[in-house]
Design a protein around this ligand. Structure first.
Ligand code: HPA
Length: 273
């Protein structure tokens, strides 16, 4: 992790928006970027202008940091994330979490798209993440210990804040979305999983599978922030639906689910206020 670059990014954001005091950060997965439309915006920055962040390498990731307010909750909205499979290290993945912490954020909300494994889930469903499996074969905290990430060996028992999960479920009820909670498994990617891998993950208790989010959740929790995560089921995981997987299907389902995701997050923000 390049801390000189991370600190440069924080300085850049704070110098550009000296009056920003966000309590909350939203880090959007592919296709989730238009949730930004719900916010009253005060400014936007291109990822390419933020030191250490750079353009997301994936179609569907907008690559903008917006600063806005919704229901009185001042929020940094990171529209698009960087991934471990891009092979450029942890710095751009950690940057939104690091910058959020340094700018005073207490709550980090993560969104992603995922393949569904659990039998009662199907594409278009939304899942509140209760716990995760880190199956990336890597951890963003490997390396010199930095006190900003809390103790050397951070506990993983309470990564996803219970009160936030309850608020998400309640927001779902209000917006007509039946939300269940479950476990998200992060694989490194970029190849999708094989059907046999999915069968093994299912036996372990994984409900959904993706290639992101867990590093940010580990970091945000280690830094002492509250963490919530909503996953959009975009496809049946490999071997479950009997058809080949494609990124087109993932982006198409996310777009089709967008009005419900927007309604859910808007109602959730009301509860954060
Ligand atoms: N596997 C991994 N990542 C994903 C999937 C999947 O099935 N769907 C969306 N992102």
């Amino acid at each position: 992790m390049n801390y000189a670059l991370l600190d440069q990014a924080v300085r850049f954001i704070q110098q550009t928006w000296p009056e920003a005091h966000p309590s909350t950060a939203l880090i959007c997965g592919s296709g989730w970027s238009s949730v930004v439309e719900a916010f009253d915006l005060h400014g936007s920055l291109s990822y390419e202008d933020i030191p250490g962040l750079g353009k997301p390498g994936v179609a569907g990731h907008a690559g903008e940091l917006s600063w806005g307010t919704l229901h009185g909750v001042e929020t940094f909205i990171f529209q698009g994330r960087r991934h471990y499979y891009e092979g450029v290290g942890w710095t751009p993945i950690a940057l939104p979490v690091y910058a959020a912490k340094k700018c005073g954020v207490q709550t980090v909300v993560l969104t992603n798209s995922a393949g569904c494994i659990r039998e009662d889930l199907s594409p278009g469903d939304l899942l509140v993440v209760r716990d995760h499996f880190n199956f990336m074969g890597a951890n963003p905290l490997i390396g010199d210990h930095k006190p900003c990430w809390g103790p050397r060996f951070p506990d993983q028992t309470y990564v996803y804040t219970e009160t936030l999960r309850e608020k998400l479920v309640a927001a779902g009820k209000d917006t007509g979305i039946d939300l269940s909670q479950g476990a998200y498994l992060a694989a490194a990617g970029p190849s999708y999983e094989s059907p046999f891998e999915i069968q093994a993950f299912k036996k372990w208790g994984a409900d959904a599978v993706g290639m992101s989010t867990v590093p940010e959740a580990i970091l945000a929790s280690a830094a002492g922030m509250n963490v919530a995560c909503v996953s959009c089921m975009t496809n049946y995981a490999a071997g479950i639906g009997g058809q080949a997987l494609s990124h087109e299907e993932v982006t198409h389902t996310t777009q089709a689910t967008m009005p419900r995701m927007k309604g859910l997050l808007e109602n959730f923000w009301k509860r954060l206020g």
